[in-house]
Design a protein around this ligand. Structure first.
Ligand SMILES: Nc1nc2c(c(=O)[nH]1)N[C@H]1C(S)=C(S)[C@@H](COP(=O)(O)O)O[C@H]1N2
Ligand SMILES: [Mo]
Length: 238
């Protein structure tokens, strides 16, 4: 696996599928091949989408982030048209505008971020809202026991049980290190669940669906555990 570094020091290193069984392997061959293909070209695409301003900010290199995408371009955030939908098994589907999101009670936390491929970023300062605040607006029904998080970056999705989503430090983060969440990290809002590997931390979140039970997400269809507990799931080294 090769690692590339952009001018901003943002590291890009493609995840690889986990070959857990023949059926899954055969089923995911096409996706695996295409991600190998994209592995090389994504770097050049990303170099071109990082704006000169972002290049000038020297705060990212030392932190050790690597920027991951699955599509060829990153979603663009437009503050006036952006909405976060909450739907599925709810009494009242809602669309939350950016300013409505910012008006919800704000929480801040410092937590460590682990990618399943082995890199870690310590002490990330996040600002955002707890999921419960957002879910309350839509009133989940009793059928709902899980949440599906849909990224504006098609086809990236992931899910959590309601119990997992209720962990004290799970949040929808719209700030990182005191600044609005940068585009490369999922602007305007991403899921943060420090107890689980990075692939659960969906960037460019655009829709949350209440569902009966978790659906395998993007990396889970490629062999990673649906329960992505740091240190306990089939991640790094297993
Ligand atoms: N939409 C989307 N979200 C995503 C990913 C992705 O490719 N697309 N990669 C995941 C993985 S595997 C990791 S480790 C983290 C990386 O976060 P970063 O790109 O902000 O460093 O984002 C997660 N969320
Ligand atoms: Mo990751």
């Amino acid at each position: 696996m090769t690692t590339s570094e952009t001018d901003a020091g943002l590291q890009l290193e493609p995840h690889r599928e986990k070959r857990v069984g023949r059926a899954l392997f055969v089923g995911t061959m096409a996706a695996g091949v295409s991600s190998l293909y994209w592995g090389k070209s994504v770097w050049s695409r990303i170099s071109s989408v990082i704006s000169p301003l972002e290049n000038a900010i020297p705060l990212l290199p030392s932190k050790g982030w690597r920027i991951y995408t699955v599509a060829s371009t990153m979603p663009k955030f437009d503050e006036t048209s952006w909405q976060l939908g909450v739907g599925g098994h709810v009494e009242k589907p809602v669309s939350i505008r950016y300013k409505d999101l910012l008006a919800l009670p704000k929480v801040e936390q410092i937590s460590t971020f682990h990618c399943v491929t082995g890199w870690t970023v310590n002490n990330v300062h996040w600002g955002g809202v707890r999921l419960a605040e957002v879910l309350a607006l839509a009133s989940p029904t009793s059928v709902a026991h899980a949440l599906e998080f849909v990224s504006a970056e098609y086809p990236y999705t992931d899910s959590l049980t309601l119990k997992q989503a209720g962990l004290h430090d799970v949040m929808l983060a719209y700030e990182m290190d005191g600044q609005p969440l940068p585009r490369v990290h999922g602007a305007p809002v991403r899921l943060v669940i420090p107890e689980m590997y990075g692939y659960k931390n969906v960037k460019w979140l655009k829709q949350i669906n209440l569902i009966p039970k978790p659906n395998p997400g993007y990396w889970e269809q490629l062999g990673y555990d649906v329960d992505a507990w740091v240190g306990r799931s089939n991640g790094y080294g297993s």
